[in-house]
Design a protein. Structure first.
Length: 261
């Protein structure tokens, strides 16, 4: 175990969450705690979480609010608020983690930096078999893998592909890590960004505006995303404009965020 919290965002996809949790159980280094940020899921998801609570060797916490639409930013702020460690690893509940995922993230952390990882994808036609078998062992050679380059784990060579920058683009909350103190400094996720799109990039922009660099990584912290249909783009353009505003105005803090959650 280690002094990190693993936060998982989820919404009404219990089959995916179950295999995600199976992959967490098998980590070479366990997080100190697992916190599930649940954006209003129903009883099927609760049953999966209750099973995990019984089986896991570390505490599993369920942070939930009522389903009144996409409010991922708010539930993530609440989940971070509940965390008890200085470092956060954040994923989505529709990924399967390589068994070294947490260990790799711990090795990558450093002051004044947040980590942006990548992900490979598992084709949709593979999913029913995964649900039935509970399979969690995948590699870049596995069938049905999309973006195979992102499925390669070569830790001895990963430093060659590490890149620090003050660029907040292409940040996804599915493979993200940061210091809790930095998250509090920028007031966390912007609660005004309801609906899907760019909420992670907007957070990253405020990190960068506070001189917290993005470290993009390859060949470590590998994960496999269970492919699914596209979510609603209704808020995408509005959120993109919010990111642009944050970058151009060099905003360091959001008004409605972590402290208001």
């Amino acid at each position: 175990m280690s002094e990190v919290s693993l936060i998982i965002s989820t919404y009404n996809w219990p089959e995916a969450l179950k295999v995600c949790l199976l992959s967490i159980e098998k980590q070479t280094v366990l997080p100190a705690e697992v916190i599930i940020a649940d954006d209003g899921s129903g009883p099927a998801t609760l049953a999966v979480i209750e099973e995990a609570k019984r089986k896991f060797r570390v505490p599993v916490y369920h942070v939930w609010h009522k389903d009144i639409g996409f409010r991922k930013t708010i539930i993530l702020n609440k989940a971070v608020k509940q965390s008890s460690t200085p470092y956060i690893i954040q994923i989505d509940g529709d990924v399967i983690l390589d068994k070294h995922f947490v260990e790799d993230h711990i090795s990558l952390r450093e002051p004044d930096v947040f980590i942006r990882g990548t992900r490979a994808h598992i084709a949709q036609n593979q999913l029913s078999g995964i649900y039935q078998s509970g399979r969690i062992n995948f590699s870049f050679l596995s069938s049905g893998i999309i973006n195979r380059f992102n499925a390669i784990r070569l830790p001895l060579f990963s430093f060659l592909f590490e890149k620090k920058s003050s660029n907040s683009e292409r940040v996804r909350g599915s493979n993200l890590a940061y210091w809790k103190s930095d998250f509090i400094l920028v007031n966390g996720y912007n609660n005004n960004l309801t609906g899907w799109g760019h909420e992670d990039e907007e957070l990253a922009a405020r990190f960068v505006n506070n001189n917290i660099l993005k470290k993009a990584i390859k060949f470590k912290a590998v994960q496999f995303h269970l492919s699914h249909g596209q979510l609603s783009w209704a808020s995408e353009s509005e959120h993109a404009q919010e990111v642009k505003h944050t970058v151009q105005m060099k905003l360091k803090h959001c008004i409605n965020g972590y402290e208001q959650s």
